[in-house]
Design a protein around this ligand. Structure first.
Ligand code: G6P
Ligand code: MN
Length: 452
């Protein structure tokens, strides 16, 4: 099978590659095409992957290209993780919002909308290319904001594009771990949109064990979510919120602490990854080890900064993606490919079309829910209806997402203002207008869409 990786020069590509190398099932991926707009990064990544494949005689055949068509042509699966506008775009997403004292974050709040506006047109082009050159392929979209991008791509590809995220499965594993249960035997009842969801029940042998966890100071207190949200708040909700809900429930605190720290996650990554790619370009042998070391240092030093009081992310446990048992989003992607290509039926929490799963949301809205995956594709499971709080927040944000997609498709600033103004984390229409102006001024890729 052929897998193309869009954004293949990115920092996390080796995780996907390593998961492929370890995969011994059949059929398996035998051909990988990396696609990226940045030739130097492709070159570096190729060198890293070649080194990582050492000792794996049946490693997939690897090619790298700056031609989207060449990469997509004949793919069975397409994995998409691109960052339109690069890390400089991410920094602007964050800073324009922070300058207006609103949340400056990669995917949540205004930053995520600016990111979506410039990314939707690019990913729609990807969708059309897949439709033309790989008409039976499934697209696993990790490109953020994953819910919005997946929904836009579905207008072309229908259910052959699904959105993936590592946070729901990560939460599931932490819950199972905290309770000392085998996560494969546990059924997670999770509902939400991408980066906006709740773990409502955790079934083990038919019994909901979440109440036990919520009542247990020691166990809940050891979990990241217990620490970040506070035990009392998790108990009050009666559900464990996705880590990104920190930005909603503790919005002022989050905004203040990012502003006070004087730096953002994007600033940090732009600096550290910039250094990495600059050095790696002429590294020679040992470049894979250099990558590993950088990943480790990146998590460690970011957490050190965070512990020094500059935490701007609810997630402290960033090194978890290195845990081979978890494998972060690479693990989710591999699971999806195995389920579809081998008919290995699996339930995973994915971003798929609602189709009546959540009564208060449109059928064609992308939602993040437990989904059965097999050779016939994705089948969201029926689920208990969310509370009014949950459905209300989801509906509000879904409306915002739809205005964002409309703005991206038409170039309408009015649609953009609607999107920003209706966002629950933007508290005034005046601020929304300033956000639109700020993003157009600061980010050329946003200007290109909204100044057409
Ligand atoms: C998690 C989220 C992703 C997000 C990433 C940011 O994995 O699920 O959607 O892009 O964190 O990580 P970074 O290291 O880029 O801040
Ligand atoms: Mn995610």
């Amino acid at each position: 099978m052929k897998l193309s990786i869009l954004g293949g020069g990115g920092f996390r590509t080796p995780y996907v590659w390593q998961a492929l190398l370890r995969d011994t099932g059949s059929p398996r991926v035998t051909e990988v095409a990396l696609y990226d707009v940045d030739e130097a990064r492709l070159h570096t990544m190729t060198a890293i992957l070649v080194e990582l494949a050492d000792g794996f005689p049946d490693a997939p055949h690897l090619t790298a290209t700056t031609s989207l068509r060449e990469a997509v042509q004949g793919s069975d699966f397409v994995f998409a993780a691109i960052r339109e506008g690069g890390l400089e775009g991410r920094r602007c997403d964050e800073h324009v919002a922070l300058d207006l004292r609103t949340l400056g974050q990669e995917t949540t709040g205004p930053g995520g909308l600016a990111y979506a506006i410039r990314t939707v047109p690019v990913m729609l082009d990807v969708a059309r290319t897949v439709q033309e050159l790989a008409p039976t392929a499934f697209v696993m979209n990790f490109t953020n904001p994953a819910g919005i991008i997946t929904e836009a791509m579905q207008t072309v590809l229908g259910d052959r594009v699904l959105g993936i995220c590592d946070t729901p499965s990560g939460l599931g594993r932490r819950v199972a771990g905290a309770l000392g249960l085998d996560h494969t035997r546990v059924q997670m009842d999770y509902v939400g949109l991408n980066h906006l969801g709740w773990m409502r029940r955790v079934l083990h042998d038919g019994r909901d064990v979440l109440p036990e966890l919520l009542a247990d100071d020691a166990r809940l207190g050891r979990m990241e979510e217990g620490q970040v949200f506070g035990l009392d708040w998790v108990r009050a909700l009666g559900a464990i919120p996705n880590e990104y809900l920190f930005y909603y429930y503790f919005n002022r605190d989050a905004v203040r602490s990012i502003i006070d720290s004087g730096t953002t996650r994007g600033d940090f990554l732009a600096r550290t990854q910039g250094e990495f790619y600059a050095k790696a370009a002429s590294y020679g042998p040992g470049v894979a080890a250099f990558w590993k070391e950088t990943v480790e240092r990146r998590s460690a030093s970011y957490m050190a900064e965070a512990n020094g009081g500059t935490q701007d992310e609810p997630t402290r446990d960033r090194e978890r993606e290195q845990d081979p048992a978890h494998q972060g989003y690479a693990g989710v992607a591999l699971g999806v490919m195995a389920a579809i290509s081998r008919n290995e039926r699996q339930t995973m929490i994915l971003n798929v079309r609602n189709r009546g799963t959540i009564a208060g949301l449109p059928d064609d809205a992308v939602v993040e829910v437990p989904t059965m995956v097999d050779a016939n594709g994705v089948h969201p499971l029926s689920t208990e209806q969310p509370t009014l709080h949950q459905v209300g927040l989801m509906a509000q944000v879904k409306q915002v997402e739809r205005h964002t997609i409309a703005a991206a498709l038409t170039g309408s600033k009015q649609e953009a203002v609607l999107a920003f103004a209706l966002h629950p984390l933007v508290d005034s229409v005046t601020v929304a207008k300033d956000l639109v102006t700020g993003y157009v001024d600061r980010i050329p890729e946003v200007a290109a869409v909204l100044n057409r």
